[in-house]
Write a protein that binds this ligand. Structure first.
Ligand code: GTP
Length: 384
């Protein structure tokens, strides 16, 4: 079968609620949650543009208007973007089928809207063309595959077995990386207008028919669906483990400081580090390694921000310590507070001297008065 080398169109699934990434996604949908100061899906659009994929249809639902407001017609990213909005979630397959009227006749890519990778889409499409199946799945090896779709391949590259989120599993395995090449005939296998999953409803059926193939790529891959993974995606971009435009801009210094940012005397910027437009780092503050300071964010005198993301307009007041944390836009950390391994939702206000640790997260708008939360590492309720 002869097929065009690389499809020129893609569907990007951006309609999920992103529940696991709350409170980052409480007010901003995951696909446009900022990742190193860009809406996440911009990284996918860069990838499409680089491989000559000219059109993308966004399949949205949850907070759809916020996605469209951010990405618009895609001109800024070199891809023509169109939108199909669901009234009710249709699941991954229902959402793809819903885009059918916007697709040209021919194969197309599908991306989960939370995948960061530098997969070679040209090589992927070439394997799809060679094998001649109805669908080819990009597969990646992960150490703990339990929250993914597990895939077993035959020697000819066809999928023998597709096991969605197996719960129990030991050791590394190939998993569904959330990027596919599909032939348009797939659309005939999907019932219209109701919840239907491609992982559960379509792929097992194609595997049984011998028409589903895997494309194994051992390059960079991560989904940004949990706070740990979202934070790690920032680190990977800053460390240039994955190739991105942001990393290219940082270059070998692994530092970007916007010309409109201000740095006080003896402010320390420790690479890798990204300081966005209009941010202010006061004197004696330390930012980095592995820190992002968002647009207009402020780090006060003597404060420290390490392995953390401050989104736009966050304020970290003097002598506060922030480590391994995500501070969503407009949140404030009062003087001398210590924030470790925590996620603060939009516009949280943590008063001076509080101590937050151990995976705690605050819903948007939470207010903690000065000195009302503490943390004792060695606390043991039993009296000896
Ligand atoms: P969680 O709630 O944390 O599981 O996140 P999620 O809602 O994003 O679900 P998941 O990560 O499994 O979804 C993978 C991709 O498919 C994401 O990019 C979602 O936006 C998208 N997606 C999931 N369900 C739907 C749906 O019903 N409709 C559309 N259009 N997209 C969906």
């Amino acid at each position: 079968m002869s097929r065009p080398a690389t499809p020129s169109q893609a569907v990007i699934l951006v309609g999920g609620e992103g529940t696991r990434l709350r409170p980052v996604t409480s007010r901003v949908p995951k696909p446009v949650a900022p990742v190193v100061e860009r809406p996440f899906v911009a990284y996918i659009l860069d990838d499409l543009a680089r491989h000559g994929v000219a059109r993308a249809v966004f399949s949205s639902g949850y907070l759809a208007a916020a996605i469209e407001a951010e990405i618009g017609d895609g001109a800024a990213y070199g891809v023509a973007v169109d939108y199909v909005v669901e009234d009710e979630p249709l699941g991954t397959a229902g959402a793809i089928a819903n885009c059918a009227p916007k697709l040209d006749d021919g194969p197309f890519f599908v991306f989960n809207g939370d995948v960061l990778s530098d997969v070679d889409l040209g090589a992927f499409a070439a394997v799809h063309g060679e094998k001649g199946g109805m669908a080819t799945i990009f597969l990646t090896a992960v150490a703990d595959p339990r929250r993914y779709g597990l895939v077993q391949l035959r020697d000819d590259g066809s999928v023998a077995d597709f096991l969605e989120k197996p719960g129990e599993w030991e050791g590394t395995a190939l998993v569904n990386a959330g990027v596919y090449v599909l032939e348009p005939e797939i659309l005939d296998l999907i019932p219209r207008g109701r919840l239907f999953s491609i992982e559960r409803g379509v792929f097992p059926k194609l595997a049984r028919a011998g028409s589903l193939y895997g494309y194994v790529d051992h390059g960079y891959w991560r989904d940004i669906g949990t706070p740990e993974s979202y934070l790690q995606a920032h680190f990977d971009i800053l460390e240039r483990v994955v190739r991105t435009a942001v990393g290219d801009d940082m270059g070998d210094s692994y530092v970007y400081v916007s010309p409109s940012a201000t740095l006080g005397t003896a402010a320390r910027i420790v690479p890798p580090c990204y300081v966005a437009d209009g941010a202010a780092i006061a004197s004696g503050a330390r930012v980095g390694p592995l820190a992002v300071v968002g647009a207009g964010a402020v780090v006060g005198e003597g404060a420290s921000v390490v392995e953390s993301v401050l989104q736009a307009a966050v304020r970290v007041e003097p002598h506060a310590d922030v480590s391994r944390s995500i501070l969503v836009r407009e949140s404030r950390v009062g003087a001398g507070a210590q924030i470790h391994a925590a996620v603060l939702g939009e516009a949280c206000d943590v008063g001076a001297g509080n101590q937050l640790a151990a995976g705690i997260w605050l819903a948007p708008g939470t207010v903690l008065a000065d000195g009302c939360v503490g943390f004792r590492e060695q606390f043991d309720a039993r009296e000896s």
